[in-house]
Ligand binder design. Structure first.
Ligand code: ACO
Ligand code: ZN
Length: 225
């Protein structure tokens, strides 16, 4: 666990001998046997967990030139829900969420972005909510790098007054080697369109919960445009 956290924090810095695996995206030191062993372990779990075999009655909610978005609902067949849970576990692990249970599994919608290569490269967990607390911007906070930047940046200030909202995005994640291709943007677009039948949600009706620095940069940009 610890070394995994370390990996995420170190990811932005230059390390002598550090390599990025082109398949699983892990950054590790090739010269270190311990690192290499850890990579092999991560590599297999990760690629197996994100492999998408698909099923007959899959719910494709959007199709693109580079992939499709599949929606999984709580009452779907066991194998679909199991896949959603497995992916969520991998994502939680990467986000540093430990043993977080969903607020209400019965109200959770899981969106998966599946690449043409049949790999799950994006995941978004959306839940029904009634209200949200707006994150207040703190000038300078997002720019402070450093060892425990992640911890500091997680502590956003929130407004004390709740505002009405409909859809809470509790997790949004895109595979590290596929970022900045509009995958997260397209997933949120699709959520707005499909979360509530017959409605197109405004950005005010969507709330991103407990955003990471990446999540905040994305959400800020998304909600402005
Ligand atoms: N830095 C600056 N701007 C960003 C970043 C970033 N890291 N990521 C997205 N943006 C902005 C950009 O303006 C971008 O448009 P551009 O590429 O044309 O400039 C716009 O948002 C749209 O970005 P997408 O390409 O749609 O975002 P992407 O598919 O890369 O996914 C995400 C963004 C999900 C945050 C990804 O970086 C990720 O998975 N990070 C690690 C996991 C994580 O921290 N997730 C958020 C957790 S918070 C939560 O779940 C509520
Ligand atoms: Zn790998």
């Amino acid at each position: 666990k610890r070394s995994k956290d370390q990996m995420i924090i170190d990811a932005g810095q230059k390390h002598f001998g550090a390599v990025v695996c082109k398949s699983c995206g892990m950054i590790y030191t090739a010269a270190s046997p311990e690192d290499e062993a850890q990579h092999i372990q991560h590599h297999e779990r990760f690629l197996e967990g994100l492999r998408y075999v698909g099923w007959k009655k899959e719910r494709v909610v959007a199709q693109f030139w580079d992939g499709k978005i599949v929606l999984i609902l709580p009452d779907d067949p066991k194998y679909a829900v199991k896949k959603a849970d497995d992916v969520r576990e991998i994502v939680d692990n990467e986000l540093g969420f430990k043993q977080v249970t969903l607020n209400c599994p019965a109200k959770t919608k899981m969106y998966l972005f599946v690449s043409n290569e049949k790999m799950i490269v994006g995941c978004l967990v959306a839940e029904s909510i009634k209200q949200a607390f707006r994150v207040l911007s703190e000038p300078g906070a997002a720019q402070s790098p450093g060892q425990d930047a992640l911890q500091h940046q997680r502590a956003w200030r929130c407004s004390a007054t709740p505002e009405p909202a409909i859809c809470g995005v509790s997790r949004v994640w895109v595979f590290s080697l596929m970022r900045r291709k509009g995958i997260a943007r397209r997933m949120v677009d699709v959520v707005r369109n499909t979360f509530m039948y017959g409605c197109y949600l405004s950005t005010d009706e969507i709330a991103f919960s407990d955003p990471t620095p990446d999540g905040k940069l994305f959400a800020t940009k998304y909600c402005q445009t």
